[in-house]
Design a protein. Structure first.
Length: 208
């Protein structure tokens, strides 16, 4: 089946608050949810057409995809002013991911061969989208660490600019890593699916 993978994202929002004196703290809060869209079909071509017609769309694209991961970053940074300097008092970065996957309604009536094809394909779609969510969590942790590591500045306005710049830089790096992952996955898709199909076929023959 012909597939294209894409992830969606929302820009990072850093809420800048005035903090009180105390030790710097850091926290990454990650939440992952799943949603599904139904497809129908009794042949591989019908399933392919259903995925292309009913799959999710992403920001900036009109084509449908077999799966998607919506990513939303958020966060708070607090500042502490002491002895004429402003430093980071605490950082909390949040990342919410929604993984959108296909659900085949006609599986119970399908042939064993088509069911095996679907099981192989749907498992690969889920693995792919799970990796998108994992990449987002990794970058949330990197953002938290980078902001927490910023040096103090003569005033909080300067430090706020550093926080904004660091946040933007990490979002850009995140997008590049996601795009790189998609490129690698697309290039290896056919070989990967064929290997998975062969493995599943051998496993079933061994069981029988």
């Amino acid at each position: 089946m012909r597939l294209a993978f894409r992830h969606a994202r929302f820009p990072l929002a850093v809420l800048l608050l005035c903090g009180v004196s105390g030790a710097a703290s850091a926290e990454v809060v990650a939440q992952k949810t799943f949603s599904y869209f139904d497809i129908a079909g009794n042949t591989a071509d019908e399933l392919d057409a259903a995925l292309n017609a009913r799959g999710p769309t992403t920001i900036g694209a009109s084509s449908h995809h077999p799966g998607a991961t919506r990513i939303r970053f958020g966060g708070q940074a607090t500042y502490v002013e002491k002895d004429g300097r402003c430093r980071i008092g605490g950082v909390k970065v949040t990342v919410d991911t929604e993984i959108i996957l296909p659900r085949w309604r006609d599986r119970s009536h399908a042939s064993k061969q088509l069911s095996m094809v679907w099981d192989t394909l749907s498992a690969d779609i889920r693995r792919h989208e799970e990796r998108h969510a994992e990449i987002a969590r990794e970058h949330a942790r990197m953002t938290e660490k980078a902001i927490l590591g910023l040096r103090s500045e003569p005033n909080c306005d300067l430090l706020q600019e550093k926080v904004n710049a660091e946040s933007a830089r990490n979002i850009e790096d995140h997008d590049k890593d996601q795009a790189r992952f998609d490129m690698i996955e697309a290039a290896n898709f056919r070989n990967r699916i064929q290997r998975l199909m062969n493995y599943r076929s051998i496993s079933k023959n061994t069981e029988n």
